[in-house]
Design a binder for this molecule. Structure first.
Ligand SMILES: N[C@@H](CCC(=O)N[C@@H](CS)C(=O)NCC(=O)O)C(=O)O
Length: 209
């Protein structure tokens, strides 16, 4: 089994943090996205989507998508549970993780990929010849800030996004906000609960995975 990874990219970090929380270590293959290795034949044969992370099992099965990879390990290594334990918990975690992905991770990605010079002509992950659209920078920033304002209420009464326990939803939102800093996205003034939560996630050993 091996994990195609890139140490500087946020989506593979989601998987690395998840694995670190579970105490799992895996052999990794670094795909240097800054050198455009995702477009080389050697990686395109692994995934024509041109994105990392990708997990390749010993039987050759290829699993792309961060959440799918996490789900695979959650099933094999249920402790500590990071995706909920019963029907209600699992649904709640899924709800917050989806919100974090759509309203925060995608929004931060939109702001970063449409602003950073390194993504000129590559505004969408895994693609070439896709121009940046400057109007999406502010839209991404505003969407991410709205998300943070909304979760501030949730985090007023709960240590973590999905409630009492640290879950994949915290991993997704934390890494999204960390990544968003590359497009000057920061925790808005007045979101003291988000700031407290962010610091607590940042202080976990897994945060530097
Ligand atoms: N939805 C995918 C997104 C994967 C993705 O966008 N990965 C980025 C790195 S964070 C990538 O591989 N980018 C390739 C590129 O920039 O061309 C997942 O969750 O795994």
């Amino acid at each position: 089994m091996k994990l195609y990874d890139f140490a500087l990219a946020p989506n593979p970090k989601r998987v690395r943090v998840f694995l670190a929380e579970k105490g799992i270590s895996l052999p990794t293959v670094q795909v240097n996205l800054r050198e455009l290795e995702q477009f080389e034949d050697s990686f395109q044969q692994v995934s024509t989507f041109g994105t990392v992370p990708v997990l390749v099992l010993d039987d050759g099965t290829t699993i792309g998508e961060s959440v799918a990879i996490c789900r695979y390990f959650e099933r094999l290594h249920p402790e500590p549970a990071l995706m909920g334990t019963d029907a209600k918990d699992m649904a709640i975690v899924e709800m917050w993780n989806r919100r974090a992905e759509i309203q925060c991770f995608s929004a931060c990605g939109e702001a970063v990929r449409n602003s950073a010079p390194m993504f000129a002509g590559r505004a969408l992950a895994g693609e070439r010849g896709v121009d940046q659209i400057p109007a999406l920078i502010d839209r991404g920033r505003a969407t991410a800030r709205r998300f943070m304002a909304r979760i501030d209420t949730q985090l007023a009464d709960n240590p973590f996004l999905a409630g009492a326990n640290f879950t994949i939803a915290d991993i997704t939102a934390f890494i999204a906000i960390e990544f968003g800093a590359r497009a000057e996205i920061s925790i808005p003034d007045g979101c003291a609960n988000v700031a407290r939560w962010f610091d607590s996630v940042a202080s976990r050993a897994s945060a530097s995975a």
